[in-house]
Structures are given as structure tokens and as C-alpha cells.
Design a protein around this ligand. Structure first.
Ligand code: OGA
Ligand code: MN
Length: 207
């Protein structure tokens, strides 16, 4: 995986975001780096560093198991080598998106997410009512040899009442304009790991 601005995978994502507004890349990250990131996520889970995901922001943050059942931990730079490799690749995606589409993306916030078997995340939009800075959503899946009958799809609601489902196959990536695509995570029969990020513009109206 190169991080040069002309990486064809990144340019394909640019084309997709400029067109339909969403992109699925089935082979985005090498199996080695994918597995290293999965190990980091599992290690954090074993160390008790993953917390039940909350909904909303600031004072309005609350855990609602009926809405989402995943456990998350933020990925910051300098925490681990595979995490830094991932953040470097996302930095080149950020620069490519800004250069080609003038999106003005300023930063990435990124977390590991673990869905235990049966957990789901109901239909939602990745924008908070009080803050519209999340602009582009990226989800990298960390699940080796995911089988179609194991569930856990990301269901994207497209215009015109259609939907598109993405299987959370290790090394694959889903990316979409955060404001435009309601989506949900369907329950799976096995543990489901991902690394989810949001490219943000400068914070808008925050409380
Ligand atoms: C989210 C989300 C999708 C996925 O964390 O906001 O929608 O496929 N994740 O994990
Ligand atoms: Mn989401």
C-alpha cells in the first residue's frame, strides 16, 4: 500500500464520492496490516479498553443499547505502528480528497469498534444535530474470511428507496458522504471488528 497522492485506489474513491457519493473497495488494505489492526483491536478489548459506544455529543452523550451495541476505543497517532500506518494512509486520502474535490477536510477522528455476536447499530446518519463537522465516513473491516451467511452487513440507504449492503470482509473499505447516507449495521453471528473514521471540517456549531 503506497501513500502517494496518485494511489489508484484513492483516486477511485474520489471518483465515487464525486459521483454517487459512496464507495466500496473490496481489496483496500493488505492482509498483513489488516491482521495487525485486528490484533490491536482484540488486545484492547482483552485489556478492557473498549467502552460501550455512546450516542450524541458532550452533555447529551448517552449509551443506548437498543440503538447500538458495539464497543469502541479511539485510535490516536503514536499508539501503535499499524495504527500509525493506517493514519498515514488516511492522511493521503484526506489530501487527495481536498485536492480533487475541495472538501476542506481538516482532521480524522477514528475508532476501533467491536460488535459482539447479535449486536447491531440501528439506522442513523453520521452527523450530530448540534455539529455538522463530520463530512466523510470511512469504515475499514478487520474480519478474516467473513462468510455471507454470518450477517453483519453495513446497509447503506441510497436515493430512490434502494439499499446497498457491504459485507464486513477483512481489508475492505466502505466510504460515503456522512450527511447523505442513512445506514445501519445488521447483527452478525460472530464478533465483528472495524476501524471507523470521520473526516471533519472545522467544527461548526458545537454546544
Ligand atoms: C458507525 C457505523 C458502520 C459499520 O460507527 O457510525 O455506522 O459498518 N459503522 O461498522
Ligand atoms: Mn454510522
Amino acid at each position: 500500500m503506497h501513500s502517494s497522492p496518485d494511489n489508484p485506489l484513492l483516486l477511485r474513491i474520489v471518483d465515487d464520492l464525486a459521483g454517487p457519493g459512496w464507495s466500496q473497495q473490496s481489496v483496500f488494505l493488505s492482509p498483513t496490516l489488516t491482521e495487525e489492526l485486528a490484533q490491536e483491536c482484540r488486545a484492547r478489548a482483552a485489556a478492557g479498553e473498549l467502552a460501550p459506544a455512546a450516542i450524541g455529543r458532550g452533555d447529551r452523550q448517552q449509551v443506548e443499547e437498543g440503538v447500538r451495541g458495539d464497543y469502541t476505543a479511539w485510535l490516536e497517532s503514536g499508539q501503535c505502528a499499524p495504527g500509525d500506518a493506517w493514519l498515514a494512509l488516511m492522511e493521503s486520502l484526506r489530501q487527495t480528497l481536498n485536492r480533487e474535490l475541495f472538501l476542506g477536510l481538516e482532521e480524522l477522528e477514528c475508532h476501533f469498534a467491536l460488535y459482539p455476536p447479535g449486536a447491531y447499530y440501528q439506522r442513523h446518519l453520521d452527523r450530530f444535530r448540534d455539529d455538522d463537522s463530520r463530512t466523510v465516513t470511512v469504515v475499514l473491516y478487520l474480519n478474516e474470511e467473513w462468510q455471507p451467511d454470518e450477517g453483519g452487513e453495513l446497509r447503506l440507504y441510497l436515493p430512490g428507496g434502494r439499499a446497498h449492503e457491504v459485507m464486513p470482509q477483512g481489508g475492505s473499505l466502505a466510504c460515503f458522504m456522512s450527511a447523505d447516507f442513512p445506514h445501519e449495521v445488521l447483527p452478525a453471528t460472530r464478533e465483528r471488528l472495524s476501524l471507523t473514521g470521520w473526516f471533519r471540517r472545522r467544527a461548526g456549531k458545537s454546544l
